[in-house]
Design a protein around this ligand. Structure first.
Ligand code: ATR
Length: 272
């Protein structure tokens, strides 16, 4: 009997997570036997849940809201992209008892935008809306592609400015409040706020769009997100949710655990 390795995603809520399906599809594709479950963890029980999972033979975890910062603290060593993101979405339990933490969200979004959606990031003018944990995770990989400008705009402008100070050393990074936008249009507009979760759209001027803009929401849902609907109502023809990002970040986690890069296209197709 082959030994079946155990993996899981931990979060709260997590019952609707697509990660178990995605990882099973990757595993089938690569002929790997694994178990991948979704574990809902009480807000104050993250550390004990990880310890229990590991004691029961778990090999790795994906971590989602609200535990990414706690996972960052828990990791004994981290990739440089996780270090910069201040958050970890992938834990790997090494043989020698140590815990490795990585963050695959940024590279996942980048692969979705440049690969699946065929939009160039190098040289592009990018607007990122929001300044929370989700945004912090994607700024490093975006700047690595050398956009001509990356502007961060947030409802609370001070938080955007703080991020621009931290990330300004990696490329041309500026910041403002939402109410200061308007004079410039962007090649890519990324919604990294939690507004879609509340069925809302950040208060934005339509002048941020031109007829070539990709409007990208890091959230995903069965229906187009409120941000995507608002963008299309205002003439944007190229809109995407973050389902591709979810699949691509999962593929990178799969690679960290198993050393094989799965083909994401059929998996994304199956989920759509
Ligand atoms: P996450 O870890 O998902 O990024 P977070 O750190 O709480 O969550 O950050 C949420 C982000 O969404 C913030 O940038 C927040 O703006 P503020 O910093 O001004 O609070 C943004 N956000 C949430 N709801 C919003 C709304 N209705 N309109 C605009 N921005 C919103």
């Amino acid at each position: 009997m082959p030994v079946i390795s155990k993996y899981a995603v931990m979060g709260n809520p997590v019952s609707h997570s697509l990660s178990p399906r995605i990882h099973q599809m990757f595993a089938q594709q690569c002929d790997i036997a694994l178990e991948y479950s979704a574990i809902e963890v009480a807000e104050d029980a993250f550390l004990s849940a990880v310890t229990q999972f590991r004691d029961e033979g778990g090999k790795g975890l994906n971590i989602t809201v609200p535990f990414k910062q706690q996972a960052w603290q828990l990791a004994d060593h981290r990739s440089s992209r996780a270090e910069l993101a201040g958050a970890v979405n992938t834990l790997k339990f090494d043989e020698e008892e140590s815990i490795y933490g990585d963050n695959t969200d940024g590279i996942g979004m980048l692969r979705d935008i440049t690969g699946n959606l065929a939009k160039q990031v190098g040289g592009a003018k990018i607007l990122v809306i929001g300044a929370g944990g989700a945004v912090r995770g994607v700024l490093g990989p975006l700047l690595e592609m050398q956009p001509s400008l990356l502007h961060i705009a947030n409802r609370t402008s001070a938080k955007a400015r703080d991020l621009a100070v931290v990330f300004g050393k990696f490329g041309p990074c500026t910041a403002s409040g939402l109410d200061e936008l308007g004079g410039v249009s962007y090649d890519i507009v990324i919604n990294g706020t939690a507004a879609s979760l509340q069925g809302e759209v950040p208060d934005l001027p339509v002048k941020i769009f031109n007829h070539e803009t990709l409007a990208y929401d890091m959230m995903y849902s069965k229906e187009p997100t409120p941000f995507m609907r608002w963008a299309s109502e205002n003439g944007v023809t190229h809109c995407s949710d973050g389902l591709g990002m979810l699949v691509e970040q999962a593929a990178e986690s799969f690679y960290i655990w198993h050393g094989i890069k799965p083909d994401t296209k059929p998996v994304l197709q199956a989920l759509r």
